[in-house]
Design a protein around this ligand. Sequence first.
Ligand code: NDP
Length: 480
Amino acid sequence: MIEVLQNYIDGQFVSCSNHIDSYNPATGEVHVKVPDSGQDEVDKAVKSAKEAFVKWSRTPAKERAKYLHKIADAIETRLEEFAVAESRDQGKPVWLARSVDIPRACLNFRFFATAILHQINMSTVLEEAAATNYTHQAPIGVAGLISPWNLPLYLLTFKIAPALAAGDTVVCKPSEMTSLTAHLLAGVMNDVGLPKGVCNMVYGVGPHAGEALVTHPDVPLISFTGGTVTGAHISAKAAPFCKRLSLELGGKNAGIVFEDVDLDKCIPTMIRSSFANQGEICLTTSRIYVHRSIYDDYVKRFVEAAKNLTVGDPSDSNNKMGALVSKEHLAKVTGYVEKAEKEGATICCGKEPLSLPDRNKNGYFMRPTVITNIKDDSPAMTEEIFGPVVCITPFDSEDEVICRANSLPYGLAACVWTESSGRTHRVSQQLDVGTVWVNCWMVRDLNVPFGGAKKSGIGREGLHDSLNFYTEVKTICIKH
Ligand code: NDP
């Protein structure tokens, strides 16, 4: 019997008349039916969130923080259930969800629960004018939160946690492909007794449910994470309403490897940055520039390491990679490889057949794929593939590689590998991206800003940026 999900609106699980099939990427079979919500469901959720805002925005921060801690504790108690749901939704290995995604989602709630208790307003006394000026940071209203499928719980909670901590109420529209994970989160919200209407979940597709939220006049804030094309569309739709927008968009992240690196340290991390979560991370490294003097050795060792990554059933903890999110996405990703091959590029690995158990025969699996001898203007080098495909190309000088790395419209992140401290600063400061990792990848604290430059996004998330986004700062000037 296939589970039929319900929206979570006004503290109730409510049925929807239409549904969408959601497929388990590891089996290719329908595993849940998801509400195909539209304007009507979004209207109800926004109405509830607007009513709930009156009380929630006046609930002391200390009380709101207690709810966030309770949510984190409840997710932790159900960690295994969440890990399995994420895997069924998205295809990622259960061990990865268990050890990274779910604990980091708990951290999102705990981090903003404590952060909100330490917000300080500014004040100054103007002696000559005999006046006091001070700031007051107030919640804004109903936040519309739209999230993608690739890190289902982590990215959704990175929006919900700061919004609720700040005193806003929310209507979430997760990707329709990962609604089971969001549905479990709605269950947690319900179990911990979060007041009705504070957090609503409306499932469905972007052009219906998502767009109804973006164009709703009672939703002054939209926080969106997803593709650049969708982000631009949302931006245009929200513009007539003058909404506050946060856009975290796509990337085509460069890795730059200089000749002075220790390849024993560099290669395992670059393998992870290229193929973790099947390469379905916005921060994935998808074009690697290697200094010509070490290029041949680098490619040989990288390809060997890529071939050693096991791909298969996500519930088997021996497998390093699971399935891609959908049949359509698999076709898109393999399409880039086929096109590169037709252009004359070398496919060093990735085309070897997979031997899968019967239950996974119709799943959307793909081996880690390495492409060399590729031109800079090939689509595999310029477009976001969002899969386990990486291109490796040689470079000769620092200036040249900076110019090539900066040549695309994306600017999310980059990795630089060097032992030279001077070069570390020189290169990092010249890369047009939001985050540069030097001799590492994905090492980031929530205190520091996160976001993209150029077409990779507008705005930043993180301690101050998220709390500022979800609040309005008022300046109050009083004459003594
Ligand atoms: P999409 O842009 O296709 O979708 C993201 C979300 O937006 C989904 O919930 C989607 O719904 C919804 N949506 C789609 N169309 C509209 C619309 N017209 N109005 C409102 N909402 C809409 O991205 P993906 O889900 O495919 O995610 C992958 C993308 O996300 C990649 O480009 C990746 O780089 C980016 N990303 C960026 C991150 C960052 O921090 N910069 C982090 C993670 C991912 P539906 O699923 O129904 O289409």
